[in-house]
Design a protein around this ligand. Sequence first.
Ligand code: NAG
Ligand code: NAG
Ligand code: NAG
Ligand code: NAG
Ligand code: ZN
Length: 473
Amino acid sequence: MKFLIFTCVGVVNLLSLGSGKTIYKSDGSRRTFQEIKEEIASYKDVAKEIIDLAVYGKFQNRSYERLALLVDTVGPRMSGTRNLEKAIQIMYRNLQDDGLENVHLEPVRVSHWERGSESAVMLTPRVHRMAILGLGGSIGTPPDGITAGVLVVASFDELQRRASEARGKIVVYNQPYISYAKTVQYRVRGAVEAAKVGALASLIRSVASFSIYSPHTGMQQYQDGVPKIPTACITVEDAEMLSRMASRGNKIVIQLKMEAKNYPGTDSYNTVAEIVGSKYPEQVVLVSGHLDSWDVGQGAIDDGSGAFISWEALSLIKALGLRPKRTLRLVLWTAEEQGALGASQYYQLHKVNISNYSLVMESDSGLFLPTGLQFTGSEKARSIMEEVMSLLQPLNITQVFRGADGADINFWIQAGVPGASLCDDDLYKYFHFHHSHGDTMTAIDPKQMNIAAALWTVVSYVVADMEEMLPRS
Ligand SMILES: *[C@@H]1O[C@H](CO)[C@@H](O)[C@H](O)[C@H]1NC(C)=O
Ligand SMILES: *[C@@H]1O[C@H](CO)[C@@H](O)[C@H](O)[C@H]1NC(C)=O
Ligand SMILES: *[C@@H]1O[C@H](CO)[C@@H](O)[C@H](O)[C@H]1NC(C)=O
Ligand SMILES: *[C@@H]1O[C@H](CO)[C@@H](O)[C@H](O)[C@H]1NC(C)=O
Ligand SMILES: [Zn+2]
């Protein structure tokens, strides 16, 4: 996941629809909320079957083991690399072997950035080799690197106040972690703001909620008309030390070397599979995660886990011999980390059918114990989703929160399609691992992944099988 994260707050049932009240008309039939409630309640047994199979039964840990096999075999899957294309080909075969329908690849043009080798050494006041990761899209330094004095600031405001000190320096941001959405601004705009005041390079304190000396990479954005300067992240530990040294009046000199390079765009694919609907095959419930990752760790949490519980949803439904009335479409997005490139091109191509998308789902906020579902849509649709989530009572995970989030599904949500994302126990913990070498299978608990897969499957199946599409505003 890239830029935005909403926390799972604001659990409210603002609008309780009284029984007997008509909430929408469709095809000339008037359905009352009571009827819809009863329809959803009739899925109690199938929900129980799904939960038993995924959490306690034959397919316990299946999704975890499938993911481990992929990420151990292929490793991280950065846009533009052979690793990603290899993973796409493996998934293409996996989905076919699983007996899913209409398995195909949809071409996408993606960007290609490589970090190359990189280093940052503090030369003064003592020699200290720092752990760094270049930020996505950054240019490299000259081969001999950039050796310069350091200006440490805690915020963009401080940078403005001390703008006259920045010229010819390496700006180090030691911004505190407030929330991902707020703090990530330093990663995204840090280089541009530093370049505007004449800095030669910029280093940010990693956008992480916890650190054991781990740098956390991610995209950054240059701005037209502002000089491009090399930029990387350093660890929380080093950022704090540099800040302490600066406040003692120490002169700090760093040598930064980066071979980072932007290459021309290349071809990649969104990977698609379906269970075709029995009654309304043109209507779609989309369930998704992104297959690409950063080039460090294994891309297990971000977002192998979201991609694989989405696959598991179709896999479990197929194994149970179920076929929902409308089509369940699995999409494994490519190049999310580079700005949701796969999802953006998918939206442009498929938006002609937007009126037939009932719900778009994405899991891309980590995979720990889910606390519920985040949902964006009309209040009527929210009331329906609350009934659907009540089917998860056997797992005691029934809450519907506000603010569905997923860079890949936001195109649809903004255009009025109801959206859902998985809400984690620990969004805070997600940012211990996010975009770092620590994003590996070790950070995932198979039991929690089973529960997430069961929730994801029940929601996608029931919404795809209900007589009516989710009502829009
Ligand atoms: C699933 O994983 C858990 C935790 O590692 C383990 O205790 C359990 O035995 C595994 N189940 C199966 C069927 O492999
Ligand atoms: C739109 O939906 C129709 C079925 O209703 C389908 O035949 C067509 O391929 C879809 N178009 C796109 C671009 O997805
Ligand atoms: C949406 O699906 C309905 C049938 O379920 C079909 O009649 C209609 O043409 C579809 N709309 C589009 C835009 O494909
Ligand atoms: C069910 O979940 C709620 C919070 O969502 C928690 O307060 C409660 O203790 C849980 N009950 C059980 C039996 O686990
Ligand atoms: Zn992600």
